[in-house]
Design a protein around this ligand. Structure first.
Ligand SMILES: [Fe+2]
Length: 243
């Protein structure tokens, strides 16, 4: 199993608080069948973005070396979760956006109360400059919770929709849970990820998610959400859907 969204890099954002916790998260993920994690620390396209990228690279190298030294059978890939601010578009123009594992996919997030028009325009700009947007946890945005059918347009445009493990397991309350169920019911979601932040809450352990998906999704869709599309993303290939 491949987890494409995980805040496992230590001492950088609100994810792993230490190298020890990052290693515990790596071990926990492996115990639940994860073979690959893309480390996706929060990234803001502000004026110090070059410095941010260098810090992320340093932290990545430290964790990658520690995972190998501890002989944890996990492949770590470098990535980021890009908070879409006006500066983000500037970085897209300059081809400076951090991507997922060296692919053309960019993991994007917005403020939870962001307008649909702003999200739609920003994603269009990112795509216009040659990137493939991955929308992290669309089920957590108020405007999408009010009308999940708004996501049909983004799927038509080729954007990738990534649901959070915690949303379907009820970790964020009833609104994201209900929206995630509606998105799955329409067959719009492409893949799941942990969006893990620690070993205690929002963890990288994937057993409960796998059981949930096996119980509530068709077998073909379950395989797409948990295995086929995460693998294809890592290979920079297009997503497959249910149609
Ligand atoms: Fe995240």
């Amino acid at each position: 199993m491949i987890d494409i969204h995980c805040h496992i890099l230590p001492d950088f954002d609100d994810g792993a608080a230490s190298l020890e916790e990052a290693l515990d998260m790596a071990q926990m993920a492996v115990y639940s069948g994860v073979t690959d994690i893309i480390a996706t620390p929060h990234f803001r396209g502000e004026p110090d973005f070059l410095e941010q990228r260098q810090v992320i690279a340093r932290h990545f190298q430290v964790l990658d070396a520690a995972i190998k030294q501890a002989e944890i059978p996990l492949r770590l890939h470098s990535g980021a979760e890009v908070l879409c601010l006006p500066e983000t578009v500037e970085l897209a123009v300059q081809h400076e956006l951090p991507t997922l594992a060296g692919t053309n996919y960019v993991l994007t997030e917005f403020y939870f109360d962001e307008s649909y028009a702003y999200m739609d325009e920003t994603l269009a700009q990112i795509a216009h400059y040659g990137y493939k947007p991955v929308v992290a946890h669309p089920e957590r945005y108020g405007v999408i919770q009010n009308d999940p059918r708004l996501l049909q347009r983004w799927v038509r445009l080729g954007y990738v929709l990534q649901l959070n493990k915690g949303s379907v397991l009820g970790a964020f309350g009833s609104r994201p849970e209900q929206a995630a169920n509606e998105i799955l019911g329409m067959g719009l979601a492409h893949l799941f990820a942990s969006d893990a932040h620690s070993c205690h809450s929002r963890t990288p352990h994937m057993d409960a998610l796998r059981h949930w998906v096996d119980e509530f999704c068709e077998p073909d869709y379950a395989a797409i959400l948990l295995n086929r599309n995460p693998q294809r993303l890592l290979q920079d290939r297009p997503m497959v859907g249910m149609d």
